[in-house]
Design a protein around this ligand. Structure first.
Ligand code: HEM
Length: 238
């Protein structure tokens, strides 16, 4: 039987002690409801006709920005743990990541529905096969433009992360492979920011700055760890 180290026991105690578990469950429900609220507000605005002159574009933009926000939140969890020592926050990472993917899916579906399907003639729309062919070809033409292609890259990179977010999948893939796969979150975030601010100009937009800070913290930490491990090796050899 493996004996738990003091550090491990301490860490486990802080993360999954009986009280913490209950508090975390309650907090998770609150965070879940709060994360769904943008959809609820959007629905409310649609139903009460409160969106601006172009309601469809408002839905596409709002869901796109919410996806980006959740992506930033997900990636900020690890640096936040290092900076604050608040390790329980990791319990919310999966939820944030899944909401990022959820809003990206709503965003893409809204684009297909409002930008592509709604633009078809009534005659075409009444014929499902022809409508599907027209819609797919219009999407294909859009995807030739970098703005759409980069957005799709972001969505495609996020899909395997959402699909493998369960405990069962972590077990099946093994910790190392799962972690390696989940590093796709970084190129997904870069693609999302490029898509959002395309065409790029010489400026530092908000979400690029946030992700830049997260990346610098992660690279800095990895560098410091590597140096410490090299110093330990040199000490052991010397
Ligand atoms: C993770 C994936 C994605 C994220 C995070 C994302 C994010 C965003 C954001 C934040 C905006 C608002 C930009 C602005 O108005 O300043 C936007 C706009 C838009 N995105 Fe995406 N997007 C993603 C994927 C896609 C995909 C796959 C498509 C379609 C193939 C798409 C189509 C659009 C369209 C049509 C707009 C509206 C452009 C306009 O204002 O006319 N996005 N996206």
């Amino acid at each position: 039987m493996r004996v738990k180290t003091n550090k491990e026991t301490l860490r486990r105690g802080r993360l999954v002690g009986p009280l913490s578990d209950r508090v975390i469950r309650i907090l998770k429900s609150i965070v879940f409801a709060a994360s769904l609220s943008p959809v609820a507000f959007l629905l409310w605005d649609v139903l009460t006709d409160q969106l601006n002159a172009n309601p469809f574009n408002a839905i596409v933009r709002s869901s796109g920005f919410w996806s980006l926000r959740f992506l930033c939140l997900t990636l900020a969890i690890t640096p936040l743990r290092w900076l604050t020592g608040w390790h329980s926050v990791v319990k919310f990472r999966r939820m944030f990541g899944l909401f990022g993917f959820f809003y990206a899916t709503v965003h893409t579906a809204a684009y297909v529905l409002f930008d592509r399907l709604a633009g078809l003639d009534a005659w075409v729309r009444a014929r499902p096969l022809i409508a599907t062919a027209h819609t797919l070809s219009a999407i294909g033409v859009d995807l030739l433009r970098p703005f759409f292609a980069i957005g799709l890259v972001a969505l495609v990179l996020m899909a395997p992360l959402a699909a493998t977010s369960t405990v069962g999948m972590i077990r099946r893939l093994g910790g190392r492979r799962w972690q390696a796969l989940h590093r796709l979150a970084y190129p997904a975030a870069v693609a999302s920011v490029l898509h959002t601010y395309w065409p790029l100009t010489l400026r530092a937009p908000r979400y690029a700055v946030i992700l830049g800070i997260v990346f610098v913290l992660r690279v800095g930490r990895a560098y410091a760890r590597r140096r410490a491990s090299m110093a330990r090796t040199v000490q052991a050899v010397g």
